[in-house]
Design a protein around this ligand. Structure first.
Ligand SMILES: O=C1O[C@H](COP(=O)(O)O)[C@@H](O)[C@H](O)[C@H]1O
Length: 231
């Protein structure tokens, strides 16, 4: 593991969630102190549930925090697959109920039809993000950078100025929308949150030179990355 990366390993998901939540809350407080506001993008999927519960109890001025997603499945938040639904039900609760949420989904049939509206929304955010929390799927995808994704090379292109892109891939289920890699890499604090021995082994594979796993593009970028892992 390079000096730019730190692996924080925990015995279980509860201990991990507590530590990661405290670290994120610290970064949000620093941003609020410095700029009067804070901007965070989180991942969806199954891994962040405990983290969201822990984060929702952190004491900070959530009314100054904007929360969005790193990526979204193109489904409304009434759908169980919606990442927004997860954030709304577990993170934007308790003390964090005052945070502002900016969804990446709009009610259009496809992400291509809605991308204009989403672009306007994200362009209004005061970037860079203070905090970005990535996840990683069992196929090595992060955000919606899926193996075989139709716009994967665009999304990973460090010279691409697009903030968000639609994405379709065989393993993605529904069509997606995702922030691009350059946006993620500019975050003040970048975390990767993974659980399970299989994912740790996958990450080790991604560290190998020439790996084509999408998460390898994040690792290769060489920017500071805090990896939070538990079995
Ligand atoms: O589909 C997605 O999956 C990944 C990983 O999810 P997990 O269930 O393996 O934790 C997630 O990071 C991403 O935001 C989400 O859209």
């Amino acid at each position: 593991m390079s000096e730019q990366r730190a692996l924080h390993a925990f015995d279980d998901g509860q201990a991990l969630a507590k530590a990661l939540s405290a670290s994120i809350a610290g970064k949000l407080r620093v941003a609020i102190e410095a700029r009067g506001e804070a901007l965070i993008a989180v991942s969806g999927g199954s891994t962040p549930k405990r983290l969201f519960e822990a984060l929702s109890g952190e004491v900070l001025d959530w009314s100054r925090v904007t929360v969005t997603l790193v990526d979204e499945r193109w489904v409304p938040d009434t759908d169980e697959r919606s990442n927004a639904r997860l954030v709304e039900s577990l993170l934007l609760q308790h003390k964090a109920a005052d945070a502002e949420f900016m969804p990446l989904y709009v009610e259009t049939a496809t992400p291509e039809a809605g991308i204009g509206e989403v672009r306007s929304r994200v362009a209004a955010l005061k970037q860079p993000f203070d905090v970005i929390v990535l996840g990683m799927g069992p196929d090595g995808h992060t955000a919606s950078f899926f193996p075989g994704g139709d716009r994967l090379s665009e999304a990973l292109d460090l010279s691409n100025t697009a903030l968000v892109l639609p994405m379709r891939a065989p393993g993605a289920g529904e069509p997606r929308i995702t922030f691009t890699l350059p946006v993620l890499l500019k975050a003040q604090a970048l975390y990767l949150h993974i659980q399970g021995q299989d994912k740790r082994e996958l990450l080790a594979q991604a560290e190998m030179p020439g790996s084509e796993l999408p998460i390898a593009s994040v690792l290769r970028a060489g920017r500071p990355l805090d990896i939070y892992w538990c079995p």
